[in-house]
Structures are given as C-alpha cells and as structure tokens.
Design a protein around this ligand. Structure first.
Ligand code: BES
Ligand code: MN
Ligand code: ZN
Length: 496
C-alpha cells in the first residue's frame, strides 16, 4: 500500500473514495463543509443516518457537484472530546469500511483533524499505522484465501507537504513493515515458528538490510556457561538459539562513538510451563510467548528499513519450554552466565531464566541502554489489563524517555516500582536466590529477578504479557511494542 502527501480539494479530487470526518450534532470538519456546499446540502441531509459512535461510517455515492464517486463519512464524536483514542478509532473505522469497498485509491481528509496538542505529523503517523493495521491479513495457513476483496493500493493524505511530514511518512511506513513482521511471527504456530525459524528470519533480515548476524548454538551456550537458558531448553527437541542481530545506522566508528541501544527479546516459541505444567485452557496462546523476540526483529526491520541513524543490537534467546524426561525439575539449581546460582522452584517462570543470561551477554556490547521485552508474567495482566505495558527501570531518565516515547507512539506503558523491598521474596535456602517470589507483586518480583543481572547497565524491562496479543474472536498478535521501540530509538538518538 502506497501513501502520498498532497494538498487537494475534497469536492474536486478524482478519488475512488473521499473520507471525511463529522463531529457530533452535524458539526462538519472544514473538508466536509466544502463537500456539503458543493453538493448543495446533500451531505448534511444524509447525516441523520450516520451513527454517533466514533468510528461509525456512512457511505454516500454519486453526490452532485462532487468529483469523487464515493464519499465516506466517519463519525468523530464530540469535537471538544476529540482525543488520541477517538482519532485512532475513527481511522480504524474508516479503514475497515474501505476494506469492504472495491476501491483502488482513497483520500483521507480525516487526517487533518486536530488531536489535542499533537502536531500534524502525529496524525500522519497514526493514519498510516492504523490503515496498515486494518489491512493486515493472516491467511498464510488457510487453503481458501479470501478473494482479494480490498484492492486499495493508494492512499492520499491531503496535507501541505514538507520535509518533516515526508520523514514522518517514511518512518510510519517502515514501522508498519516492522509491525507486520512482528505480527506474523507472533501469529505463526509453534510447529512452524520454532527457534530455528526465528534464526532464519534474522538471517533474511541480515541479508536484505546488510546487518551483522551471529547465531549461537547449544554448544556455544554450553561453552559460555548459560546454565539458566540451557535449563529451560532441556526437554525440547528443537535446538535453542541465541540470535544477535546488529544494525549500525549511526556508523560503527565516529567519535565520540554513537550510543548503542541493546534490545533483548524473550523468544519462547511455546511455553507449556515445563514440569510445572500449565492448565489446558487457552494454552494455545502460549505460541505468542515469543512476542518479545518478534518485536525486537520487527523494530530492527523498521529502523533498518527507514535507514535510521541509530545503532541497535538485538539479543534474542529463543527455545521451547517443554516437559519430558530431560526436563528441569522444581528445586533444581543452575549457575547463570553471571555466576550467580538460581533455585528453579517453578519451571513455568522460564522467561526470566532465558533473559537473565541474555542480559548478561548483552553487557559485552557496552550498550548505552538495554531494554528487554517479554511476555513475562500473568501478574502483569492482572495489574494493568490489556491497555498498558508494564515498565520497570533502574534509571529514572531512561524510564522517562520510554514513557515519553510510549505516549508519542500511543503504545502506552505504566511504570511499576522496582524497589529493593521486593527482593527478599526471591530468597532461597539452597541457592543465591529463587526464580519465583510468590503471588504478591508477581510482575514486580519477576523484574526484581532481572534487576540482579543488570546492575551495571542502564536498563528497562517491558512486560508485554497483557498487550502483545488479543484473545477471543479477534485473537492475534498486536505487534506491540514495535511502535514504542521505534519511536524510542529515534528520540533517543536525538531525532524527534
Ligand atoms: N509466558 C508466561 C506469562 C504469561 C501468562 C503471559 C499468561 C501471558 C499470559 C510466563 O512464562 C509464565 O508462565 N509466568 C508465570 C510465572 C509464575 C510461575 C511465577 C505466571 O505468570 O503464571
Ligand atoms: Mn511460563
Ligand atoms: Zn513464558
């Protein structure tokens, strides 16, 4: 799908579909007003059939005095309450309506509606991301592909073009490409999306974008002494991988050295819980337990795709968590790459075990900041639901930067405490500490576990257990937090 930025007048543009916003109580946006005038009030007359709910749509055909064959009206709700959510709902509503139409091109006048104090580049980015998301399809595994109903190939964003907006457009397109990758990897089942499959995907990215790639195999992990990572993969027939993918968009040399961002993604391609087996209900959703890994690959794809002037290294520990004769058992003690010993009281708390060794490994790249991304705890879903990603950080400035990027990307986070008071819940009689801290504050004690491996780094942890995928009818990956990570990387490098 192509997008372009061009000033146009809504009544005379020859477009398959002109998309116009209308606030409540027949409060027309400027573009809608012009069309109404050209059509001698025909638009206003039709309005009573437009439901009030933001995102509702009404299609009009062959309006007199209007060049476009179709006009799609989109309800925006109260003008005074036109928020980020309302804008995104109306974009989604419009895109879904366009999907059902057989149009090749559309012009989104909706993009030019002021949202709180957001600059128009914000509107533009979210128009692109929202439209691309609505048109995303996953029918790779269906024998009967849906007929290519939507042939929408060109979208015009009617704004006065300038360098800043063109850049926002390029960023949004690349971000959508990265999100599509993360989404598809998440949606693929675990019999296809194995650790080896993820390594192959990394190889494809490395080839396409000329990235540095290293894939560590089981014997490498053994040689290094990644006892925690290895404990998780014990019973799996799929070989584990540690994927290290590097994009040097800011140049490898140069003085002072451009800051390096390390992204560490949890890549459990299926989490049965191991010997601490999970209940059967909804266990299929544990194929999404590699969403952190998918989002790291997606973010690197986005940044490389837009040739962003940033340096990023992605570190992805990936394996399955299975029960079996070789499986790690509750009470087993392992030595991590850091040298610290861990008593594995629950084999279902496996994410922190693969992450702790990956975080220790990431330190060798001397990153300026490390962010890990993981579907880590059910407790985070209890705490924050499916709206906010849990944010934990050992550095206030880094936390603030992430919060700001998340707000900008509207890929929201909520910061949780990482106080030492919680650390005692991890005490063990048999090792340096245990891998679980009991029910109270479960997402916090998981973060506290990771904090014991990141003391020498500026580090943040994103628990995406509640935000990486949707359940129920709409089951599928959300690609979060790709938009947040891309925005963070750009802002962190000084590219607002
Ligand atoms: N991958 C799960 C976390 C999860 C569960 C994410 C449900 C989304 C939905 C993780 O590996 C896990 O099993 N965590 C345990 C930790 C517990 C044993 C301390 C959990 O949250 O129950
Ligand atoms: Mn688990
Ligand atoms: Zn897990």
């Amino acid at each position: 799908m192509e997008f372009s930025i061009k000033t146009l007048s809504p009544e005379s543009v020859k477009s398959g579909c002109v998309v116009l916003g209308v606030h409540r109580d027949q409060d027309l946006t400027p573009a809608a007003k012009r069309v109404d005038q050209a059509a001698r009030g025909a638009l206003k007359k039709a309005l009573c059939d437009l439901p009030a709910k933001p995102g509702s749509t009404l299609l009009l055909r062959g309006l007199p005095g209007v060049a476009a064959e179709r006009v799609l009206l989109v309800a925006l709700g109260e003008r005074k309450e036109f928020s980020e959510n309302a804008y995104r709902d109306s974009m989604r509503g419009a895109a879904n309506a366009l999907k059902d139409l057989d149009v090749k091109d559309a012009t989104l006048f909706l993009v030019d509606t002021k949202v709180n104090s957001r600059p128009v580049s914000w509107n533009l980015r979210h128009a692109v991301l929202g439209t691309r998301e609505a048109f995303y399809r996953f029918d790779l595994l269906k024998t009967q592909k849906k007929p290519d109903a939507s042939s929408l190939s060109h979208v015009t964003l009617p704004l006065a073009s300038n360098a800043q907006l063109e850049q926002a457009l390029a960023e949004a397109q690349a971000t959508a490409d990265g999100a599509d990758l993360a989404r598809t990897l998440g949606n693929l089942p675990s019999n296809i999306c194995t650790p080896s499959y993820l390594a192959e995907e990394a190889k494809k990215l490395a080839r396409q974008f000329k990235l540095q790639l290293e894939v560590l195999e089981r014997r490498d992990l053994e040689r290094l002494g990644m006892g925690a990572f290895l404990a998780v993969t014990n019973a799996s027939h799929q070989p584990p991988k540690l994927i290290v993918l590097r994009y040097n968009g800011a140049g490898a040399k140069g003085k002072p050295r451009a800051p390096l961002l390390a992204l560490v993604g949890k890549g459990i391609t299926f989490d049965t819980g191991g010997i601490s087996l999970k209940p059967a209900g909804e266990m299929d959703e544990m194929k999404f337990d590699m969403s952190g890994a998918g989002s790291v690959l997606g973010t690197i794809r986005a940044l490389a795709g837009m040739e962003a002037p940033v340096n990023v290294v992605g570190v992805i520990p990936t394996c399955e968590n299975m029960p079996g004769g070789h499986a790690t058992k509750p009470g087993d003690v392992v030595t991590t790459l850091s040298g610290q010993t861990v008593e594995i009281l629950n084999t279902d708390a496996e994410g922190r075990l693969i992450l702790c060794d990956a975080l220790t490994y990431a330190a060798r790249f001397e990153p300026d900041a490390v962010i890990d991304v993981a579907t880590l705890t059910g407790a985070c879903v209890v705490a924050l639901g499916h709206v906010a990603t849990g944010l934990f950080a050992n550095d206030d400035k880094l936390a603030e930067e992430i919060r700001d990027a998340a707000d900008d990307a509207w890929d929201r986070v909520w910061q949780m405490p990482l106080w030492d008071d919680y650390q005692e819940q991890l005490r063990s009689n048999f090792a340096d500490f245990a891998n679980i801290g009991g029910r109270p504050g479960g997402s916090i004690t998981a973060a506290c576990f990771l904090a014991r491996f990141t003391r020498e780094m500026r580090w943040a942890h994103l628990d995406i257990a509640g935000t990486a995928w949707k359940s129920g009818r709409e089951k599928g990956s959300t690609a979060r937090p790709v938009p947040l990570l891309v925005r963070f990387a750009l802002r962190h490098a000084g590219k607002k």
